[in-house]
Design a protein around this ligand. Structure first.
Ligand code: 1GP
Length: 250
């Protein structure tokens, strides 16, 4: 069942070309610093704050969510690397299956363990196919998940995975190059996945320029995720530039 947060975000697509998601990595600094960065993103154009990552040592999600909640009403969405990251605090979760991989642990095992927690916390879940795409060098998620990414020059293979996600009843596809990726997911791949399914399409990993975000929005992305960059270039003008590129496709 589609929850309130998901339907509000989808509603937001009526007035903007795509949604701007900012990923906060709990390992990137102190809790205070992560909260401060999230609140700046919230003030300067983000539509939702994602919290987490594939390889998180400091799973301080509850404290960070509490800090964010005091300063913003934006949705705080958990982006877990596994079931151990499911804790109270965030409003919702990208309930992902690593569909591009063939490792049963990340296809279904973590989900079975996490499902009980998600339900008991009454956390809204976005059923999401997570598709990892080859991006020039080994990313943390590739290493940790022990899965092979999809070839970046074979968009038809990514599209076939997205079609499978649709037929399995998932609602979101996350085309992921991996945090800090050398190369973002190619716009051609975004275009082909877009043409293959009406599912909501998130694109992230290695996007460092507003023009790269814009090209992927114009290729059909419904949401763009930026993480790493804002850990280094954390200022209102930078958030605004990306928000404009994502919201207006300019
Ligand atoms: C990673 O797609 C996100 O899961 C964001 O990637 O940190 O490279 O922006 P970056």
């Amino acid at each position: 069942m589609i929850g309130k947060i998901e339907s509000n975000l989808v509603e937001g697509l009526k007035t903007r070309k795509a949604l701007f998601f900012v990923l906060l990595d709990p390992d990137s600094g102190s809790t205070e610093r992560v909260v401060e960065s999230g609140l700046m993103a919230a003030q300067h154009g983000a539509d939702a704050l994602l919290l987490g990552g594939s390889f998180v040592g400091n799973a301080n999600f509850t404290k960070i969510s509490e800090g964010l909640r005091k300063g913003t009403s934006l949705p705080i969405i958990l982006f877990p690397g596994g079931c151990s990251h499911v804790v109270a605090g965030p409003d919702a979760i990208l309930f992902t299956t690593l569909l591009s991989g063939r490792n049963p642990q990340y296809l279904i095992d973590e989900q079975v363990k996490g499902a009980v927690l998600v339900k008991s916390l009454k956390m809204e879940a976005f059923p999401t196919a997570y598709l990892l795409v080859e991006s020039g060098k080994t990313t943390a998620v590739e290493f940790i998940s022990n899965t092979r990414p999809l070839p970046a020059d074979k968009p038809a293979i990514a599209a076939a995975h997205a079609m499978a996600a649709e037929l399995l009843g998932l609602r979101w596809v996350y085309l992921e190059a991996g945090s800090g990726a050398q190369n973002p997911v190619p716009a051609d791949m975004v275009r082909m996945v877009r043409a293959s399914t009406p599912l909501k399409l998130i694109v992230g990993g290695g996007i460092r320029q507003p023009s790269e975000a814009r090209d992927r929005v114009l290729a059909g992305a419904d949401a763009i995720v930026i993480g790493n960059l804002f850990e280094k270039e954390n200022d209102p003008a930078r958030f605004r530039e990306f928000a404009d590129a994502v919201h207006r496709g300019v």
